[in-house]
Design a protein around this ligand. Structure first.
Ligand code: CUA
Length: 369
């Protein structure tokens, strides 16, 4: 009786499952394509990568949906009925035809995707026709900050160093990525490209930025307690804007007094007159990560607990102690906290005036009680 029922219904069940699977697949593909997965496309590489993503959705969603439909439908449709407890199902000895089909179809799909993806990879890694039009930028990852070096662009062929990333629009840029301690991962989501920074070797990729503007630089490899704060900003400038930035950097290097505010557009502002220390503490200056992201300070209303509570910890500290804690954070590590978490480059990312303003501000709060 049981065997009879199974055989009789198989002819009806297969079309029903196919119909459900087809409708669900179309809905799944529509949903997959409707979701806004990525930020705006700001590089030449972004477009083929996004197309590859869409193709993968179109191909993989039906497979996932059809498998789920067959399993779900079978569990419901062929569940045990009262009186069938003692029955065994029909004995099946396999089906060579089915096995060949379900091995061949995925193999063909995978092979086609491999060829297509390889073509995309070759396309986005291609060097520009004239090698001398390409710019090189060395990216240094260190717990927990990114810094950038431009070989040959400084006066006398020296490299230019920068805490924020500046690149010209429309130029192929080859990034040479290095780590000075642990694994990091250099990622600008708007450009799509992403690669590990591995201690001991140099990794690289190419990007041709196509859109002017500022984009987040993210560390995409869990690298310690400060991982979430290992962020920077990439600025895409016009050719003239970039040339101006280079000459400003070189002028600043010659006359350090003029260096304050040398990073035009960096947000912090070079003016020493009115620095809002509370804002600087709570929000950073666009280059330097906010102190408040990791530290509690009553006056600033911040509640970070990655580093010591400064209102309490600095009650007996002098202004010189506080200055040293900011520019050389590894020298002395507070009891109960791990070393190596605070970015070591606040001496570069904050101007002298900003550091003085922060020292006064933190000192006043810590000695208020
Ligand atoms: Cu560096 Cu995560």
């Amino acid at each position: 009786m049981g065997e009879h029922r199974n055989r009789a219904t198989a002819k009806r069940d297969v079309p029903v499952m196919v119909a459900i699977g087809l409708i669900a697949s179309l809905a799944g593909i529509a949903l997959g394509l409707a979701i806004d997965w990525f930020p705006e496309q700001a590089s030449k590489q972004a477009e083929p990568i996004d197309t590859l993503w869409d193709v993968l959705i179109i191909v993989s969603v039906p497979i996932f949906v059809i498998v789920c439909c067959v399993v779900g439908y079978s569990v419901f449709r062929f569940r045990e009925q009262p009186g069938e407890e003692q029955l065994d199902g029909p004995s099946i000895h396999g089906s060579t035809k089915l096995e060949v089909i379900w091995t061949a179809i995925p193999a063909i799909i995978i092979a086609a995707l491999v060829v297509y993806a390889w073509g995309v990879l070759r396309d986005i890694e291609k060097a520009p026709a004239q090698a001398n039009t390409e710019m090189k930028v060395v990216v240094h990852g260190v717990q927990f900050a990114w810094t950038f070096e431009y070989p040959g662009l400084g006066t006398g062929g020296k490299p230019i160093k920068s805490d924020q990333l500046y690149v010209p629009q429309g130029t192929s840029v080859k990034f040479l990525v290095k780590s000075e301690d642990v694994l990091h991962d250099f990622w600008v989501p708007a450009w799509r490209m992403k690669i590990d920074a591995v201690p001991g070797i140099t990794t690289s990729y190419r990007v041709t930025p196509t859109k002017l503007g500022s984009y987040p630089v993210v560390c995409a490899e869990l690298c310690g307690l400060g991982h979430a704060f290992m962020r920077q900003t990439a600025h895409v400038l016009t050719d003239i804007g970039f040339t101006n930035w280079v000459s400003r950097k070189n002028m600043a290097a010659k006359a350090p007094a003029a260096a304050a505010g040398g990073d035009a557009g960096a947000g912090g502002g070079g003016a020493t007159a009115a620095i809002d220390a509370k804002k600087l503490f709570a929000e950073g200056n666009g280059t330097a990560t906010a102190c408040g992201a990791c530290h509690t300070l009553a006056a600033a209303g911040t509640t970070g607990s990655t580093g010591p509570d400064l209102t309490k910890a600095l009650a007996t500290a002098t202004k010189d102690d506080i200055r040293e804690d900011i520019v050389d954070p590894q020298k002395e590590i507070a009891k109960g906290f791990a070393g190596g978490i605070m970015p070591p480059n606040y001496g570069d990312t904050l101007s002298a005036a900003e550091i003085s303003a922060l020292v006064d501000y933190i000192y006043d709060d810590a000695h208020a009680g």
